[in-house]
Design a protein around this ligand. Structure first.
Ligand SMILES: *[C@@H]1O[C@H](CO)[C@@H](O)[C@H](O)[C@H]1NC(C)=O
Ligand SMILES: *[C@@H]1O[C@H](CO)[C@@H](O)[C@H](O)[C@H]1NC(C)=O
Ligand SMILES: *[C@@H]1O[C@H](CO)[C@@H](O)[C@H](O)[C@H]1NC(C)=O
Ligand SMILES: *[C@@H]1O[C@H](CO)[C@@H](O)[C@H](O)[C@H]1NC(C)=O
Ligand SMILES: *[C@@H]1O[C@H](CO)[C@@H](O)[C@H](O)[C@H]1NC(C)=O
Ligand SMILES: *[C@@H]1O[C@H](CO)[C@@H](O)[C@H](O)[C@H]1NC(C)=O
Length: 185
């Protein structure tokens, strides 16, 4: 947690100093919020044991919360400029580079790990009041909101960053597809 907070602090201070004309800070704040929420789910999954109904309910709630927050973060307008875009157009290359570095340092490995751990926990959820359909519903909903979020971030990326962004999206979508498949049979 401390690591994420320090990272956020460093990036937002330098971004505010160097690129104060852009509205990337709220997008970074949303990314940090999502990353912290995912890190909490990751920890819950690490300790999840078959039959722990309270932990299963908590994980279900947390998936719903991160999914709702992520869907909100995919929206932007003049009141809540939440993405790497502004009225001036796409993010600068420096801003996009900083944002992607931030994602690679937290969000991307954590979301992939959460999806891996969710696959691994399938039998434990099955043995907890038949929780598999509940987690399946969470995964499907989160895949939708996360796809909207990543697609909107990509819209705000300058052209030279779009191939990398699409690569990241492909990897994350593959991980969602794998997790959803594991809960679908
Ligand atoms: C992220 O935002 C949601 C909704 O505003 C909030 O409930 C949650 O506590 C936030 N998480 C962090 C780590 O700030
Ligand atoms: C999502 O946005 C709606 C409408 O602005 C708001 O009521 C809700 O609290 C937000 N939820 C989260 C988790 O950010
Ligand atoms: C997820 O699992 C796959 C294989 O099951 C592995 O290749 C990949 O490195 C894992 N990812 C993470 C983030 O642990
Ligand atoms: C951006 O997010 C909004 C709100 O979730 C969604 O309606 C829109 O389709 C998204 N854009 C893309 C390109 O997915
Ligand atoms: C996508 O996943 C592959 C295989 O794990 C990896 O080599 C590659 O670096 C990933 N791409 C990105 C942009 O993260
Ligand atoms: C996850 O979302 C992506 C992007 O919208 C979509 O192509 C894919 O089919 C979804 N996966 C599942 C299993 O629903």
């Amino acid at each position: 947690m401390l690591f994420f907070q320090l990272l956020f602090f460093t990036v937002s201070v330098s971004a505010a100093f160097l690129y104060s004309e852009r509205d990337i800070e709220s997008a970074e704040a949303d990314l940090m919020n999502i990353t912290t929420d995912l890190a909490n789910i990751d920890t819950e999954l690490s300790f999840f044991t078959p039959g722990n109904i309270n932990a299963a309910i908590n994980i279900d709630d947390q998936f719903e919360a991160v999914s709702t927050f992520t869907r909100n973060a995919s929206l932007w307008n003049s009141q809540t400029p939440q993405l790497c875009v502004s009225q001036n157009g796409a993010a600068t290359p420096d801003d996009a580079d900083g944002f992607i570095n931030m994602a690679e340092g937290g969000y991307i490995p954590v979301i992939l790990d959460v999806l891996n751990k969710t696959v691994a926990a399938r039998e434990a959820f099955a043995a907890t009041n038949g929780f598999v359909p509940v987690i399946l519903k969470d995964l499907i909903a989160y895949n939708v909101s996360n796809s909207l979020y990543l697609a909107n971030l990509t819209l705000g990326a300058p052209p030279e960053f779009k191939p990398l962004a699409l690569n990241i999206i492909r990897n994350i979508t593959m991980a969602f597809n794998k997790a959803i498949a594991a809960y679908s049979d």
